[in-house]
Design a protein around this ligand. Structure first.
Ligand SMILES: [Fe+2]
Ligand SMILES: [Fe+2]
Length: 267
């Protein structure tokens, strides 16, 4: 067992904001991304929400049929705000199971959390999800990844900020204290990666919607974690791949502090 992080390379394909049912959805882009991902043979495919546009049953059936073409055995799916419209979460649970899920691979744990609320665009995690996440991060030396639909930090080029999760401050502090290494999200259809404290927060663009801002193009993320390095790439369906960031998998982290940050107001 490696002292920290994965023993061998683990690859994650991260797609988000498919939006089947929207006028802006382009099936060719999704089909192409699925072909490329099948060729990549990742260990995990993460689908971080907004699979549908209105949460309707027929949209869920359609997106599920597309995703069945993924050859990867571990497909981790969480709902987005659009999927929780019109009581869409019942169809989500029928087709994809629990709205929260976790995957353990040797040296890597991914916890995927539902940040959506019925019929609201705003995202929220809440304390019940905090407890569940802490339970799932039971291996202190694992490379720890959190996935959620809504973004955790404001993104450039997106105008007025409205939809970072309502409890972003508390959740970011929890992530620092838990020694999380990477957060993966979607929602804004804008790819961007920030470094925050000791970890990275990487937002995927939309894989198959033309509802984008400015010159942004549909894309998805490829994350490779090996015993030394984690690298994040952006891949455009039919197009090129771009290196976004690489960082050391083994890093000196601030010691875990159960009391929280010294600035903490709420004990
Ligand atoms: Fe979206
Ligand atoms: Fe969204």
């Amino acid at each position: 067992m490696a002292e920290y992080g994965p023993e061998k390379k683990i690859t994650i394909a991260h797609i988000s904001d498919i939006h089947v049912g929207s006028n802006h959805f382009v099936s060719n882009l999704l089909n192409r991304a699925i072909i490329e991902i099948n060729e990549l043979e990742p260990d995990i495919v993460l689908v971080s929400g907004d699979l549908t546009n209105e949460g309707f049953r027929q949209e869920y059936s359609a997106v599920s049929a597309y995703l069945e073409n993924l050859k990867c055995e571990r497909v981790l799916v969480i709902p987005g705000n659009h999927d929780s419209r019109n009581v869409g979460y019942v169809h989500f649970e029928d087709l994809f199971g629990s709205r929260n899920s976790a995957v353990h691979l040797p040296g890597v744990t991914i916890v995927a959390l539902d940040s959506s609320q019925p019929d609201l665009n705003e995202g929220r995690l809440g304390r019940q999800n905090y407890r569940w996440m802490v339970e799932k991060f039971s291996e202190p030396h694992d490379f720890k990844i959190v996935a959620l639909h809504h973004h955790l930090l404001p993104l450039p080029g997106t105008g007025r900020e409205r939809n970072i999760i309502e409890d972003a401050g508390d959740f970011l502090e929890l992530m620092v204290n838990q020694g999380v290494d990477l957060a993966l999200s979607g929602h804004k259809h804008v790819p961007h990666t920030w470094r925050f404290e000791d970890f990275y927060v990487s937002n995927a663009g939309t894989v198959s919607s033309l509802r984008v801002r400015g010159y942004a193009r549909p894309c998805y993320g490829i994350i490779e974690i090996d015993p030394d390095l984690c690298s994040i790439k952006r891949k455009y369906p039919f197009g090129e791949s771009v290196d976004v960031v690489s960082f050391a998998t083994v890093r000196e982290k601030k010691p875990h502090n159960p009391e929280g940050h010294p600035d903490r107001l709420v004990k």
